[in-house]
Design a protein around this ligand. Structure first.
Ligand SMILES: [Zn+2]
Length: 282
């Protein structure tokens, strides 16, 4: 309810009260006082509700500073840097991050589910992506972000706006060779925010290495990664990155027994980007 609606409501109540006062002229003064008190209590209750609703989410000064930095780092056309409407403040509006669980949901061209890479014993890339993705989303929510967990072909990806979008995948289970280990991170080739997308990539590369002790597999980033379909559907101002969190072949033990470490690396990468922290590529 807006302040104006409240004052109209008060006027209504006062009119109502006035009419009833005329009708009840003969009432003893004690009842009139009671009615005064009850009108006052109703107005107080409405105002208390409004002020409770306005109380900003509790954020530490560091978190607020981080959100402010992120807002400043975002293009004015972006959602998080839009001028606050009267009555709202920046800390009321949590920053939005999108997490795509690679291969989740049906493929619209076939209508069938696509589990991604499949190992001979039935372990699928989708299972690994989901374990890491859900933990990443939880970690970012705990850090105060508004997180959208998205399917590979999610309708919400069309013109999707967020401070960052990360798509989580894992690499092949085929016994290619001894080099089939390590992680890869890439941004879109045709982004209109290449500086921000590259910083998001640098941050994830740096923080993922710290959290997992895995090697950055820079040599085999494919066009599949950089021309990833979600990157074309999303809003052009949304910086996006795709991570291949490791190979199902040689990194399988790590990916299946330490999804929390992988998630920590990705979430820390997003925080590094949003908070404008330094990042170095190994
Ligand atoms: Zn994949």
């Amino acid at each position: 309810m807006s302040a104006r609606q409240v004052s109209e409501r008060q006027q209504d109540m006062q009119q109502d009260y006035g009419q009833r006062k005329i009708r009840t002229n003969s009432e003893p003064p004690g009842r009139e006082v009671l009615r005064h008190v009850s009108v006052t209590l109703i107005v107080a209750a409405i105002l208390a509700t409004i002020f409770t609703a306005w109380t900003p989410a509790s954020l530490s000064p560091g978190e607020i500073a981080g959100q402010l930095v992120a807002a400043l780092d975002t293009d004015p056309a972006g959602p998080s840097a839009s001028v606050a409407e009267p009555g709202t403040s920046i800390e009321d509006r949590a920053l939005r991050v999108g997490i795509v669980i690679g291969h989740l949901g049906p493929n619209p061209s076939t209508g069938a589910d696509d589990p991604g890479s499949i190992c001979s014993d039935g372990l699928t890339e989708l299972e690994v992506n989901r374990e890491i993705g859900m933990r990443t989303a939880a970690a970012l929510e705990a850090a105060g972000f508004e997180v959208d967990v998205l399917e590979e072909f999610d309708d919400r990806l069309f013109e999707y706006r967020a401070v960052a979008l990360v798509s989580i995948h894992a690499d092949s289970c085929l016994p290619i060779n001894d080099l089939a280990t390590g992680y890869k991170v890439a941004s879109a080739l045709d982004t209109v925010v290449p500086d921000r997308a590259q910083r998001l990539v640098d941050c994830i590369v740096d923080r993922y290495a710290r959290a997992t002790d895995m090697n950055f597999h820079a040599g085999s980033i494919t066009r599949d990664m950089t021309e990833y379909h979600s990157f074309r559907e999303i809003h052009s101002q949304t910086p996006a990155a795709i991570i291949e969190a490791g190979f199902l072949y040689l990194d399988r033990d790590f990916l299946t027994s330490n999804p929390g470490k992988a998630a920590r690396g990705i979430a820390d990468g997003v925080l590094c980007y949003v908070n404008n922290e330094p990042a170095s590529i190994p």
